[in-house]
Design a protein around this ligand. Sequence first.
Ligand SMILES: O=C(O)c1ccccc1N[C@@H]1O[C@H](COP(=O)(O)O)[C@@H](O)[C@H]1O
Length: 186
Amino acid sequence: AVLGGADAVGFVLAPGSPRTVSPEAASALAALVPDGVESVGVFRGQTAVEVIASARTAGVQTVQLHGGEAPDVFDAVRSAGFGVIRATSAETYGLEAQEHRELYGDARLLLDAPDPGAGETFDADALTGVEPPSGWILAGGLRPGNVAALAEALRPGGVDVSSGVEIARGVKDPELIREFLAAARA
Ligand SMILES: O=C(O)c1ccccc1N[C@@H]1O[C@H](COP(=O)(O)O)[C@@H](O)[C@H]1O
């Protein structure tokens, strides 16, 4: 991903995924990430104490929370010195946009399909009439073959991919990563 020109790389530190890496393994990988590329720890449904401990061991800069965590978890993670990304379902974001602004306002927003990491797209109509905050990140079922059209239609500030650059669940493919990055940049 770094060689292909990604702006950020993520390590799944949430338990229970075929992509889960230990904080120690993530630390060895994150140490290879050069300055200027953001390293992100991906979490779901853990306590603030667990998230902060794992993120510290892994040495990531940013924490991405997928589990509907409460605002106090974001505050704790931020106070521990990490940047924070709030990942939520695009299909419900329309109903909770005001809540996001009021309760999580300075967390970056990532809009995803309901089942994170499943490689499923969401119905883009869910964002009709909704204006996510500037710099929001689009995720959920992106692939080399659909990222350009979806980015063109939805105009996010960034895109995030996992399943769409894998040859088997949990196994990334360098060629698909290169294709994805080229399509996203285009
Ligand atoms: O990838 C996982 O297994 C995962 C586990 C827990 C939380 C998030 C996870 N993945 C994130 O989901 C989005 C979209 O993934 P996909 O491209 O649809 O496969 C992305 O942010 C992943 O990092």
